[in-house]
Design a protein around this ligand. Structure first.
Ligand code: PEP
Length: 250
């Protein structure tokens, strides 16, 4: 039985005061929960302070991106080792905004996945098709390719620190969400591809989150769908009541 994993991707939202106020409420109301894994992904500048604010709680903290290189002349970048150094547990990679707004390709994302795992971080690897690709019946081809390429050269011993998030691009921040049946079908497909890469047992252990306009009103339905092991939440994660509503909807 896979424990559900609910993560909040704050994106480029909140400021120091509102970020700390949010984590203080999350800590108080959900910080001791053991029935579900919880993580928040604040903007990098607040990472160390959020780590301190959640120290000793069961809520993990991660970054929304990292550099594919270990160190050096990469102005504006932050390495995976630096994230680990300030106490981050995890990093989100391959998010659709990185893929589509910043043109990150599978090869770059794979380099980031490998360097993040090597730094000891947990990774949430996001995959998902655009509406055009879904309408063209290319969903499986696209997400299968993103998964396979994103995990190239990732050793089986690292898989305990990997989560996959299925996030259809057309459902992110749009208010449209995949139906439970659409999510289940995509997750089952991804698990099958993963089993082909790493065998059945690791595939059975792999957690696959759904992401795309999850809110308290639809969380229960999506979280009870087959093969959905949690969710990656954007908009609804930056307000305590809506994130807690999702956490409590199980
Ligand atoms: C996301 O950014 O990963 C996401 C799922 O956003 P939203 O919940 O706002 O659709």
């Amino acid at each position: 039985m896979r424990k559900k994993y609910i993560a909040g991707n704050w994106k480029m939202n909140l400021e120091r005061k509102s970020a700390l106020a949010l984590v203080s409420v999350l800590r108080e109301r959900a910080g001791a929960r053991e029935d579900v894994d919880i993580a928040v992904f604040p903007p990098c500048v607040y990472l160390a302070e959020v780590v301190r604010a959640l120290e000793g709680s069961n809520i993990k903290v991660g970054a929304q991106n990292c550099c594919d290189q270990p160190a050096g002349a990469f102005t504006g970048e932050i390495s995976a080792a630096m994230l680990a150094d300030v106490g981050a547990d995890a990093v989100i990679l391959g998010h659709s905004e990185r893929r589509h707004v910043y043109n990150e390709g599978d090869e770059l994302i794979n380099a980031k996945v490998r360097i993040a795992l090597a730094a000891g971080l947990e990774v949430i690897l996001c995959v998902g098709e655009t509406l055009e690709e879904r309408n063209g019946k290319l969903t499986e081809k696209v997400i299968g390719r993103q998964l396979t390429a994103g995990l190239a050269l990732v050793a089986a011993r690292e898989l305990g620190r990997l989560t996959v998030a299925y996030e259809p691009v057309w459902a992110i921040g749009t208010g449209l969400n995949a139906t439970p049946a659409q999510a289940s079908a995509a997750h089952a497909y991804l698990r099958g591809v993963f089993a082909g890469m790493y065998q059945e047992a690791p595939a059975e252990r792999l957690r696959i989150q759904y992401g795309g306009s999850v809110k308290p009103q639809n969380a229960r339905e999506i979280l009870s769908a087959n093969d959905v092991d949690g969710c990656l939440v954007g908009g609804a994660s930056i307000q305590a009541e809506s994130f807690l509503g999702i956490l409590e909807s199980r």
